[in-house]
Ligand binder design. Sequence first.
Ligand SMILES: CC(C)(COP(=O)(O)OP(=O)(O)OC[C@H]1O[C@@H](n2cnc3c(N)ncnc32)[C@H](O)[C@@H]1OP(=O)(O)O)[C@@H](O)C(=O)NCCC(=O)NCCS
Length: 415
Amino acid sequence: MDLQIRTSTDAGFDTEEWLHGVTRGFLRAPRMSAAEVSEWLTRSDPGRLRGAFTDGRCVATYRSFDQRLTVPGGTDVPAHAVTGVTVSPGHRRRGLLTRMMTADLAEAKEGGEMLSTLVAAEHGIYGRFGYGPAGASAAYTVERAEAGLAANWTLPAEEGVLDFYVDGSLVRTEGPELFERFRLLHPGAVDRPARWWSVATGEVPRDPAWREPWFVVHRDADGTLQGMASFTTDRQWDRGVPDGTATVHWLVATTPTAERALWRSVLSMDWVRRLKADQLPPDALLPELLPNPRAARVTETNDFLWLRPLDVPAMLRSRGYAVEGELVLEVTDPLGLAAGRFLLTAGPDGADCATTTRAADLTLDASALGTLYLGDRPASRLLTLGRLAEETPGAAHRADLLLGTHRRAWTPDVF
Ligand SMILES: CC(C)(COP(=O)(O)OP(=O)(O)OC[C@H]1O[C@@H](n2cnc3c(N)ncnc32)[C@H](O)[C@@H]1OP(=O)(O)O)[C@@H](O)C(=O)NCCC(=O)NCCS
């Protein structure tokens, strides 16, 4: 049967059928609802779509779009983000993902992109395409009774004001500016498109399981918005005793005071016995913001953001470095997009990176460089794991010092 891979720049590309393909591929439903299709078509920035079609039916999907990624040093860089990757069960393992991804990455390279990002559904899929796990996420549970919070806790006036149960419209109006300040504090954070806020506040049609969340905001003593959180609660009781769970979907805070106030506010609700949060950094402040940090338990950790180098000098020049240092990296690449030998000369005042003929300090493939880039995992760890080779004694340790960061890389949002 005729099978063709098409891109959204081809005349007659069937975007609606492509959307049904994604919905099927992620096992959401046999098709997207008409309301969702119409909303997506009118409000989304589709980016670049690829799909495999047979007899008008979309059996494989792929999408890439422009993103901003926060890197060490409190700045952000352009990223070529990949999402919507699905292949129907009847067409898997025939190279459809390989064809779509290699073509897309080659175009991205040609177009001058410096790196590509994605969130991997399974660990085994993307290493072969030069992506490496570059950040991490963790799920936490806090038992309120163990947290050591005073039962009658309220926020001291000098620490600002908490506003409970604010409306989604306030979140849509004030959230984006707060998030822009917040995301630059966290290497690995990505921008939230305008539509993200509509989806998170229920302004657009969602699947039937969606429930409108509660929102709480924190303003400092000067009245400046410094934090915002979204959570849902169940209303469980256990033989006459409240047994509720509050699930925090996202919490954005630009000061430790705001962060502490928001966590405590959710933990202070009378019928809430435990708090759950699935998408936090593994070094989240949450435990130590509680009088008893042991009340917060990590229930899951995961690699989350994956990163693939495309233009090594551009990406290494674009991040910040806390200390002075020099490294020669020999990068290999199965797709030939980022290979070469590069000299990085970096320090707190800036960095330079260019091809060199000097002898290499470290040899590594594109995926290992993707893992090192945001500083989440030290080079010496990758050396121990056999993911890079040391050509100059002590070079991995020098790389640890040069590329290391004080907080782990973390991506708050799925994309
Ligand atoms: C993951 C998925 C997109 C792979 O598509 P595909 O067209 O079958 O992939 P390809 O045929 O191009 O496979 C390329 C290689 O990756 C391997 N591979 C594919 N999926 C894999 C997986 N889930 N785990 C491990 N390896 C995988 C293949 O075995 C093949 O290896 P080979 O070249 O050594 O033979 C498809 O299985 C799928 O749609 N899964 C469900 C949705 C999903 O998980 N999407 C990813 C969202 S991030």
